[in-house]
Each structure stands twice: as structure tokens, then as C-alpha cells.
Design a protein around this ligand. Structure first.
Ligand SMILES: N[C@@H](CCC(=O)N[C@@H](CS)C(=O)NCC(=O)O)C(=O)O
Length: 156
């Protein structure tokens, strides 16, 4: 479906195909503003929010490649990649601090992307999450929509 040959992709009813996770998440948030899944556009809060989405996309999500797509990665390269990822995850823990969600008091698509990234990180590297990220991930796991999605995808 995606001419770029990777996931995710979102096919709209009119045939438009959207790709790139951060773009899809922004599209969803902007199409259903009543769900309040992102701050309104046109101010610095939204710019900071986009900064968070791009951080997860480029500093975490793409950083998983040595543990997934690259079968011949040396142990030294894996150690280097793991160290960098740990630093990035540490920055996310600092950003969350003691707040319930990454953008503050309410769930947003930034948390949806962080859920995927942190769950994948913990699974691939078999490490504990620093700071409050562990309990944050557990709380996100309990959300009915997250549970329904995991069930639908057949993920335990
Ligand atoms: N730039 C894309 C990257 C998405 C991505 O890395 N997807 C992974 C799965 S989580 C994938 O399909 N990888 C296969 C590949 O890159 O060949 C995005 O931000 O959505």
C-alpha cells in the first residue's frame, strides 16, 4: 500500500495516502480537534508539541534499526546504538518528569507515539525504563483504546 515500502500509512476515503508517523498523528489530531489530541496550531505550544513528535520519530523510532532491520550489526555497534537510545529515553523521562502525560495533564497523540516507542525500546533492549516512564507506560497500557488495539493486533 505504501510506495515507500514501510509502515505506517493511512488511506483516506478519497484515496489520498498519507505516510510518516508524525504527519499521520498530526492529521488525526487536526481532523478531530474536539478530541483535543494536540494543542491548537498557531502558537509555540504546538511547535513544542511537534518538536516532541519529531524527536520520537528521528531519535527513538529510527534508532531501533540496529536491533530490528540490520541482521549483521556488530556487538560494538549495538552497544553504541543502545547507549545513544538510553540517552534519548532519559531525555523523554526528563520531559515527562512527574506529569501524567508528555504534554501535561491530558492524553495526546504524543503519548500514543511515545507508547509505541517505549514499548518497542523495552522489548528490544530488555531494559527497565528510567524515571517515571515505567509507570507512565503501564498507565497507557490500561487505556481501553490501547487494550482494544493490542487485542485487535493479537499482541499480548
Ligand atoms: N519514516 C517512517 C519510518 C517508519 C518505520 O521505521 N517503520 C518501520 C516499522 S515500525 C518499518 O516499516 N520499517 C521497515 C523498513 O524501514 O524497511 C515514519 O516516521 O513513519
Amino acid at each position: 500500500m505504501n510506495p515507500k515500502s514501510y509502515v505506517p500509512a493511512l488511506l483516506l476515503p478519497d484515496g489520498t495516502l498519507l505516510t510518516e508517523t508524525a504527519v499521520l498523528l498530526n492529521y488525526i489530531a487536526d481532523t478531530w480537534p474536539e478530541a483535543k489530541l494536540a494543542p491548537p496550531r498557531g502558537n509555540l505550544a504546538r511547535v513544542r508539541f511537534d518538536e516532541g513528535l519529531q524527536f520520537i520519530a528521528t531519535e527513538l523510532h529510527k534508532g531501533f534499526a540496529p536491533f530490528t532491520l540490520m541482521p549483521n550489526t556488530s556487538e560494538e555497534s549495538k552497544r553504541w546504538a543502545a547507549q545513544r537510545l538510553a540517552g534519548r529515553v532519559g531525555l523523554l523521562a526528563e520531559a515527562l518528569a512527574d506529569r501524567p502525560f508528555l504534554h501535561g495533564e491530558a492524553f495526546t497523540v504524543l503519548d500514543a507515539y511515545a507508547y509505541f516507542a517505549l514499548r518497542t525500546y523495552r522489548h528490544l533492549l530488555r531494559v527497565d525504563l528510567p524515571g517515571a516512564l515505567g509507570s507512565y507506560l503501564e498507565r497507557l497500557s490500561e487505556r481501553p483504546a490501547v487494550r482494544a488495539t493490542l487485542t485487535a493486533e493479537g499482541i499480548a
